[in-house]
Design a protein around this ligand. Structure first.
Ligand SMILES: [Zn+2]
Length: 266
């Protein structure tokens, strides 16, 4: 068997390095056009995954900002907009590993330097035996229906993009995913929900979340907004929707599914 082709995932500061060409044409296969000779001063023997593309190599320039006209730097959100769902998951994994290695150079228990474990993605402290694994932080995201209307909210962090989306929030320690759905909805918009149904999930490397998606129905209460998180929220008719997130995000897929269910009612 011939050795697997190397596919380099290169990060410079908090951006992804890709060949300098039209954004619309960027695919994972574009990475094969990167010359590893251009990056020979960095460690690049870390195989972090294998896929149909080949052996995934992580090459992290850390805080150094690449300045070379053959390449351009994309934010993870820009990458999300151009890659397919499956391609983005490979990128998300590489980026989350890079962040993990950057943030676990020293032991959180005794403060000594940590070493990379060779046979799994982990950092180990040989002084005290503490071992760390890449952090994954679960976040619930929920689309809520009330008869023939959908609840959409403009979060404080969505203000710049100008769109309305589903509600989302981090799961707290000791909480089940379903409890997190009830609590977040109550905290952010003041209502109760029922018929919580699992929909699907998406790795969300901003910086290390997994979005766990749910559909739910309105059960009671008036909209009372937590102004620290939510700028505005309302029940929308499906033919008078505000600007919503793209379908490739789980928020977009949840909204699409809710609209489909409302249409089936009519
Ligand atoms: Zn230690």
């Amino acid at each position: 068997m011939s050795p697997l082709k190397k596919i380099p995932f290169i990060f410079s500061d908090n951006r992804w390095v890709v060949p300098n060409r039209e954004l619309e044409g960027i695919r994972l296969t574009s990475l094969f056009d990167i010359s590893l000779d251009d990056f020979s001063s960095y460690e690049h023997d870390q195989v972090i995954d294998q896929s149909a593309y080949g052996a995934h190599i992580l090459l992290d320039m850390q805080k150094e900002v690449l300045e070379q006209e053959d390449y351009q730097l994309l934010s993870m959100r820009e990458a999300l907009a151009v890659l397919s769902f499956e391609e983005f998951q490979h990128l998300a994994k590489a980026w989350q590993y890079a962040i993990f290695l950057r943030t676990h150079r020293y032991c959180g228990q005794c403060g000594d330097a940590m070493q990379k474990v060779q046979w799994e993605m982990a950092m180990h402290c040989y002084t005290c035996g503490h071992r760390s694994y890449p952090r994954v932080s679960p976040c619930i995201i929920v689309s809520i229906r009330k008869d023939d209307k959908i609840l959409l909210a403009q979060g404080v962090r969505h203000q710049r993009a100008g769109f309305f989306s589903t509600l989302a929030g981090f799961v707290e320690s000791g909480e089940s995913l379903e409890q997190a759905v009830h609590r977040e909805v109550k905290e952010e918009v003041g209502i109760e929900v029922k018929n919580i149904e699992y929909f699907g999930s998406q790795a969300w490397p901003f910086p290390h979340s997994i979005m766990v998606g749910y559909l739910a129905d309105y059960a009671g209460g008036d909209l009372v907004l937590d102004k620290k998180e939510i700028l505005s929220a309302d029940w929308f008719d499906i033919d008078a929707l505000p600007k919503i997130p793209p379908k490739l995000s789980i928020a977009g897929l949840l909204i699409e599914e809710t609209l489909k269910r409302i249409q089936q009612l009519e």
